[in-house]
Write a protein that binds this ligand. Structure first.
Ligand code: FRU
Length: 474
């Protein structure tokens, strides 16, 4: 450990020790930072039976700052234990931020790949896109998931294709046909977003392999790409910046979605249209991993703070943002769906049931399931402020007012075009709601700061049940 690491560790631990105060919006079943700022999930994996989740972490300021990797472990992906910071920005090649990346488990070792960010703002030719930064690809490994060896610089900007700007980041690695591939997000010099594939025989020496792109330009930058196969469907996920036009009106500033892929991503392939992972207000930079028993789990940053009217009410409490609840990604008849991990069933407490209509006044952390909805007739009101309803071919998530100090923190309306609504599942935590329509074919996530507990459901002919989640797991 060098002197800089020691100082950063000391300052971080001091900040964490002094954290606390107003806990009104702290979540019960979602991973959040001990103090300060959190963004992307990183290095998700199951290693020697234990789930590991790292996160983009900036402990000194709830509004962000230099990034490091915070670390949590869990036996069920719900009850997370914070283990401190694993990666500090303490090397010349990552000194402005240990940016996003992944974990790969191979031969009993945990390998973390990430982007070492270096800002060179004092240069005369400072230009955020074409100069003024380095994006280094770095590897660090561990045999126990706790102690890590030296960071190894694998690639720098001169190793990436020459038609790219300096925006290349967020490595995700997988094994295919006995070799390893790494996908990274990139912004081209002509301002088009794409992903870049690299190939390696030994995890240390990497070479450019190919470029993954859409036929027509799609945004100016792809962040946090991910690639995997689930139930026979190949999925290329990308968080895309710079989508404009009518289709992206009433949407978040940046999008997270996926293409399904036919063929071989390392060779000949074709991509489907882009589908949003989530139609709500807060969903970005998802990352997936496969559990030891073969489930594909995806977790995202439940934050999209760039929209102007929004201000997160937790900032004044000294922290900001959390992860989404872990979702299993699966495909049924070729349709990609997401569903809260089944471990949640263990946390279900007292239940209230109803047919057609159901109200629960006191609940604030709950899991509600409404099935057998007739003629898509569905409406639910959470507290007094958040309406979920099906109307004119759209499933809508709508706040009743856009006051920045209200439950919406300034948010308005989101929707998805949905042909027919059969079922709805609502997972509410202290300051968030995630809604799964039709078995998770459409999902809506948002942070939400209710002034009043409770939910009222009206769903023609349907069976409704609300399970309270009572256990305080933090
Ligand atoms: C996505 C992102 C990544 C980057 C990280 C930095 O939210 O911008 O592209 O690695 O956050 O915190």
């Amino acid at each position: 450990m060098n002197a800089l690491t020691r100082d950063l560790k000391k300052l971080t631990e001091e900040k964490e020790r002094c954290a606390g105060g107003n806990d009104r919006y702290r979540q019960k079943i979602h991973l959040m930072p001990p103090v300060g700022w959190l963004n992307d999930p990183n290095g998700l994996c199951q290693f020697q039976g234990v789930f590991h989740s790292f996160f983009q972490y900036s402990p000194f300021n709830p509004e962000g700052g230099v990034k490091m990797w915070g670390h949590c472990t869990s036996s069920d992906m719900i009850r997370w234990e914070y283990r401190g910071v694993t990666l500090y920005p303490d090397q010349p090649f990552d000194c402005s931020g240990v940016y996003s990346g992944c974990a790969l488990i191979e031969d009993g070792e945990m390998h973390l790949f990430y982007t070492g960010n270096v800002k060179l703002e004092d240069r005369d030719d400072y230009d955020y896109v074409n100069s003024g930064r380095e994006a280094n690809t770095v590897l660090v490994s561990s045999r126990d998931g706790e102690h890590f060896g030296n960071k190894r610089l694998l690639m720098k900007n001169t190793d990436y294709p020459a038609d790219l700007t300096l925006h290349v980041r967020d490595p995700k690695v997988w094994k295919q046909g006995g070799v390893w591939y790494m996908i990274q997000g990139a912004r081209r010099k002509d301002d088009v977003g794409e992903a870049i594939l690299f190939r390696s025989d030994d995890l240390v020496s990497w070479n450019y392999h190919s470029t993954v792109r859409t036929e027509e330009p799609f945004g100016y930058m792809w962040e946090c790409p991910d690639y995997y196969e689930t139930d026979g469907v190949k999925i290329l996920s990308a968080s895309v910046q710079g989508l404009t036009g009518e289709a992206w009106k009433d949407r978040n500033v940046y999008q997270s979605g996926y293409f399904t892929l036919e063929g071989d991503i390392t060779g000949e392939y074709s991509l489907s249209d882009y589908h949003l992972w989530d139609y709500g207000f807060d969903y970005y930079a998802p990352q997936s991993f496969e559990t030891e028993e073969g489930r594909r789990i995806q977790i995202a940053w439940m934050g999209m703070p760039d929209c102007e009217e929004y201000t997160n009410l937790t900032i004044e409490d000294g922290w900001q943002h959390c992860f989404t609840f872990p979702r299993e990604v699966y495909a049924a008849d070729g349709v990609v769906k997401q569903w809260p991990i089944r471990e949640l069933n263990e946390y279900r407490g007292a239940a209230v049931r109803g047919k057609g209509t159901l109200a629960a006044k006191e609940v604030s952390v709950y899991d509600a399931e409404i099935t057998g909805i007739r003629d898509s007739r569905f409406r639910a009101v959470l507290g007094d402020e958040l309406v979920l309803e099906y109307r004119d071919g759209r499933f809508v998530m709508k706040f009743s007012d856009r006051d920045r100090a209200s439950a919406s923190a300034g948010r308005g309306i989101r929707y998805a075009e949905v042909e027919k609504v059969d079922s709805v599942r609502i997972l509410a935590d202290v300051s968030s709601v995630e809604v799964f329509v039709n078995g998770g074919q459409y999902v809506f996530s948002t942070r939400y700061y209710p002034k009043r507990a409770g939910i009222r459901i009206e769903a023609d002919g349907a069976d409704a049940v609300i399970y309270e989640i009572t256990e305080n797991i933090k």
